[in-house]
Design a protein around this ligand. Structure first.
Ligand code: SF4
Length: 130
């Protein structure tokens, strides 16, 4: 038996402002299921390191065009984090979208964005203008 093949990743924990430097070692043979994280100062950082090493996710925040409103844009955010490799597709869907005023906080503007199973919601209000 040879030495186990490991893939090493170093990154900064973004869960809190401490910004601990994490190192994650992923066993290639395990198909990403075996991850050893070091450098964290708390449990949340350890969990973040494990996810980031094998399946990185991010919330997507942006703005969507609004027609007939008191503001031309409304801020939006995915209601949960989406896989990092889907961010570009999410941004394309957001860019292509235009909604009619009024828009309310929490209103779902795109269901199942980019096939992620996650919705995009407004995080601001835009009033309708006559
Ligand atoms: S490991 Fe814990 S303390 Fe360090 S940055 Fe992450 S969340 Fe903050």
């Amino acid at each position: 038996m040879g030495k186990e093949k490991m893939r090493k990743k170093e990154f900064i924990c973004i869960v809190c402002p401490n910004g601990c430097k994490l190192t994650a070692e992923v066993s290639e043979e395990s198909g990403g299921s075996s991850v050893n994280v070091t450098g964290y100062s708390c449990k949340r950082g350890k969990e973040y390191g494990q996810t980031e090493a094998v399946h990185p996710v991010r919330s997507v925040t942006s703005t969507v065009r609004v027609t007939g409103g008191d503001h031309p844009l409304v801020p939006v955010k995915t209601v949960k984090e989406v896989p990092k490799e889907k961010i570009f597709e999410c941004m394309e869907a957001i860019r292509a979208l235009s909604v009619a005023a009024p828009v309310h906080i929490g209103q779902i503007l795109i269901r199942n964005i980019a096939g992620t199973g996650i919705d995009l919601a407004a995080t601001g209000n835009v009033k309708q203008v006559q």
